[in-house]
Design a binder for this molecule. Structure first.
Ligand SMILES: Cc1cc2nc3c(=O)[nH]c(=O)nc-3n(C[C@H](O)[C@H](O)[C@H](O)COP(=O)(O)O)c2cc1C
Length: 394
């Protein structure tokens, strides 16, 4: 079984990502993993931290001579800022005078709920772990899941649909998303990762507005998994349904407040005749000759992948830290004050999309390994190709 966890604080020494259950013999491309980490650090509206950190994955175990060996993999991501925090966030007792407390909880963050839960007198330790810096560790192991899925011909990418009040109209095809991703390689930065250049400029203007007035923005990203065979996930048990697993995986990301599979939201307001994807039998390519008129289901019916592209949207609330802070209460005096401010991004929709790609890739890799799993890539691929042949013969 594929299992994964992360550890680390935002201003601690390092993040650690752990993944166990990948078959032996998977080639690990360090440049690819680091490029994924770079993608998570991109986007117009990011804070100063992205400029001081360039994440790189340091493999501590489980990968040797460029390949997985079937043992648990631990990856370390150094926090470059640690040198400035060693005295204020020491492992030993340290000097309390150097402690940087978060004196008033910030609305929209875990600060108040976390301080109450863990019985902290202020919110420093809460912020340190609840921060989305943690998502970098997920991207590192998500990159390994992507490398595994690629061996099965499955690719996972994302694009931005909405930033603030600007949205892309209509469906965005896989070819457009792919070419948006290909252009990345020639760029020094990613703006809003939007497939429509005009909309992207208008999104940038939205970010400029909030940058000027000390506010923040949310938005919507879409993750697309291309060339997923029918049969991942199952309706047989509630906790094995692929839609439920993907929803939990994407919802687990910081600031994601709603998840949609395919056209799930619009479907709730439409008649069945306009929603369900009619079935034909004329496809020249694909896993079978069965075809669909459209893909409103987002590639999943009854908790099972149906062979169409898997499309998952994540809805992000606006960033909680505001340069013009909202009202809060001082932890020690209980007096009404403005919420604490820590250096912050104002818009993270493209980066959240990259982190969600990682969560979708990890979920699909887990389901694929449950279905085709072997201890080596040779065994896994043999099982996978055998199943593909079974689909062709159906
Ligand atoms: C990639 C990414 C970067 C983020 N950066 C920030 C940030 O700089 N400042 C901030 O206040 N929130 C940021 N957030 C959102 C918070 O981490 C999140 O809203 C907060 O931890 C509360 O969790 P919740 O929104 O899931 O309830 C970011 C989220 C993501 C996905």
């Amino acid at each position: 079984m594929l299992r994964y966890l992360t550890a680390g604080e935002s201003h601690g020494e390092a993040l650690i990502a752990y993944i166990s259950g990948l078959p032996a013999g998977l080639a690990v491309d360090q440049a690819f993993v680091d490029h994924e980490l770079w993608r998570r650090q991109q986007g117009y509206g990011r804070g100063g931290r992205m400029k001081i950190e360039r994440d790189t994955a340091h493999f501590l175990s489980g990968v040797h001579h460029g390949k997985t060996i079937g043992s648990p993999i631990a990856i370390q991501l150094e926090n470059k800022d640690w040198k400035n925090w060693q005295e204020s966030l020491p492992v030993d007792a340290g000097d309390p005078a150097k402690h940087k407390s978060v004196a008033s909880p910030r609305p929209g963050h875990a600060d108040l709920a976390g301080a109450l839960k863990y019985n902290f007198s202020e919110a420093r330790y809460v912020l340190e772990r609840a921060s989305a810096r943690e998502s970098a560790a997920r991207v590192a192991i998500g990159a390994l899941a992507k490398l595994f899925l690629r061996e099965l011909g499955i690719e996972v990418l994302s694009h931005v649909i909405t930033t603030g009040s600007v949205s892309v109209q209509g469906d965005v095809s896989w070819d457009k998303i792919r070419s948006l991703h290909n252009q990345e390689k020639d760029r020094e930065e990613i703006l809003l990762n939007c497939a429509d250049a005009d909309a992207e400029q208008r999104m940038k203007e939205e970010v400029d507005k909030v940058l000027k007035n000390g506010d923040s923005l949310g938005g919507v990203f879409e993750v697309v998994a291309h060339s997923v065979p029918p049969g991942l996930g199952t309706y047989a048990q509630w906790d094995e349904r692929l839609d439920a697993l993907l929803a939990a995986a994407v919802m687990s990301l910081q600031a994601v407040k709603a998840v949609e599979i395919g056209s799930g939201v619009a479907a709730a307001f439409s008649p069945g005749s306009a929603v369900h994807d009619e079935i034909g039998y004329n496809a020249a390519s694909g896993f079978t000759a069965f075809s669909r008129t459209h893909n409103n289901a987002g590639g999943i019916e009854g908790g099972v992948s149906n062979g169409e592209e898997i499309r998952v949207r994540g809805y992000l609330k606006p960033i909680s830290t505001l340069r013009r802070p909202l009202q809060s209460v001082d932890f020690s005096t209980r007096e009404s004050v403005k919420a604490a401010y820590e250096r912050s991004d104002v818009c993270v929709v493209p980066a959240a999309g990259v982190a969600a790609e990682a969560m979708v890739a990890l979920t699909l890799a887990r389901c694929a390994l449950e279905k085709f799993g072997g201890d080596s890539m040779l065994e896994t691929l043999r099982n996978f190709h055998g199943y593909c042949q079974q689909l062709k013969d159906y």
